[in-house]
Write a new protein. Sequence first.
Length: 292
Amino acid sequence: DWIKRFLRFHGDVDLDALSSEHAARFLEHLAVNRHVAANTQNQALNGIVFLFRYVFERPLEDIGTFTRAKPARRLPAVMTADEVRAVLAQMSGLHRDMAALLYGTGIRLMECIRLRVQDVDFGRRQIIVRHGKGGKDRAVPLPASSVDALTSQIDRVRTVHNADLAAGYGDVYLPQALARKYPNASKRFGWQYLFPSTRLSTDPRGGRIRRHHINETTLQKAVRRAVDDAGIDKRISCHTFRHSFATRLLESGSDIRTVQELLGHADLSTTMVYTHVLGRGAQAVSSPLDAL
């Protein structure tokens, strides 16, 4: 889409004549005339780089200086404990268990979706997040209130996996390096997804019939319905549970470095946004209106 917009913007220019100057002119137009967000401008730049590298098959020279869109600083939406209870009360079954896990551990949506059975450590009361954002592993606390639900879920996964094995399937996707190192691991129970799909499907990466993890959109839709049914007007998504987890920890006195580690943030400044969400400055003063 961005390639089409770029070419349309320079419609009177021959394709062979397009250069970094034209790219800079288009990107500046987006910031100055279209007032796009910084991420949108970056996305447009990525599209142009793709055009030059893979379509024109020539490098995009140094663009130089151009007007950058200013990144907007927005505070994330956060739910109160009562709002979390209200949303979870409108959910049931697997989706309720998964949403509770998002709030209880602070993991991202896809980190939750991609959990394997062996990632849940009941003995140490923790969950291991493998290959999170940035390719890093980390440990997060296993909520005591989720132990029974996850134990039952693992029992259900075992039943499904045994049935798949009996039918000649039971294979699960493994990253290529692991698949080469452990060629028989893909059928072992520990590697099965904690939240598997309800049906088998053909893996486009190799054409094998496997049971993949549940589709993330099913949880997103379930959360959206629960928020509407709970009558909450905030803009809430699955990621809001993560924001609420971090804010709740800071409210209870947890060290910000600990919160950074649990969230898997590479930069402390990313975690610092939750100190602004707390609004302690706003809570520490009385409104002059109340003094009238």
